[in-house]
Design a protein around this ligand. Structure first.
Ligand code: IP8
Length: 258
């Protein structure tokens, strides 16, 4: 079994509210179907979640009543993105089923308090492909907060011990520095958790532009410690996803399990 994270910046245009990359998602669905692999799909919120979540400061927890409307609006948006993802998967004959985090996850000060793993397990046993996503959820300490797709990936990887976790992002993989601002940045082919630690120190120096990537490196560290391989690949190149899914080589970064 594989856990596939479809990054919000790969399947949406992160800068423009509610822009879904329909054609790309269809090609990704085609690759997933062709691979015939059993998996859990987790997708990010992209421009369907982050813009409103920031506007209403939802990750800070409950501060005022205006946020209640913001929570609801944000949830409606990420749920609508999930429907678009689901529509594409089903169109390609994938037995996808939505598992909305707000109804099965509770956080406590941003940390996972409970999650219904059994629901995922039951669907997997019946050969479904559960599709979950970054969502707004209830939080014991804060009232509510955000459950990111990466937090779900971590929890699901710990519980299901998949053969690998694939991150479809908007770059070819991990670089020695930020490729968006440094033309000397080199793609890392295969790496270990230890080498990644050195890398995250490099990335933290540019925290303003690589904050997202540093967070992802933390998630990958956790996965690596579980002895599970992580693969980071370009979500805009669905043929690479197909190759990695079926165990062939493709341009990507592989972080071997510790
Ligand atoms: O895109 C964030 O999920 P992510 C969810 O996986 C919201 O970090 C509601 C912004």
């Amino acid at each position: 079994m594989i856990i596939l994270k479809l990054g919000g910046s790969a399947i949406t245009n992160k800068a423009k509210i509610k822009t879904f990359k329909n054609k790309l998602m269809d090609s990704l669905s085609e690759s997933i179907k062709k691979s015939g692999k059993q998996m859990i799909i987790v997708h990010g919120a992209g421009s369907f979640g982050h813009i409103l979540a920031k506007k209403y400061e939802l990750n800070d927890g409950y501060k005022n009543n205006g946020q209640i409307k913001g929570f609801s609006e944000t949830h409606e948006m990420v749920q609508s993105l999930n429907t678009l993802v689901l529509k594409s998967l089903v169109k390609y004959g994938i037995p996808a089923v939505s598992v909305p985090p707000h109804s099965i996850v509770k956080l406590d000060n941003h940390k996972l308090l409970k999650i219904d793993f059994k629901l995922f397990k039951d669907y997997l046993e019946k050969q479904f492909i559960p599709v979950t996503f970054g969502d707004v959820v209830l939080d014991k300490k804060l009232g509510f907060s955000i459950c990111s797709g990466d937090l779900l990936v971590e929890a699901l990887a710990k519980y299901f011990k998949p053969e690998k976790v694939i991150f479809a992002i908007d770059e070819d993989g991990l670089y020695t520095s930020n490729p968006k601002i440094d033309n000397k940045a080199k793609l890392i082919g295969k790496t270990t958790f230890k080498k990644l630690e050195e890398l995250s120190t490099i990335l933290d120096k540019h925290a303003d532009v690589t904050g997202g990537m540093s967070g992802k490196i933390n998630t990958i560290k956790i996965i690596s410690k579980l002895g599970i391989e992580s693969v980071l690949l370009n979500g805009n190149k669905p043929e690479r996803l197909y190759k990695i899914l079926v165990g062939k080589e493709a341009k990507s970064t592989i972080v071997v399990g510790d």
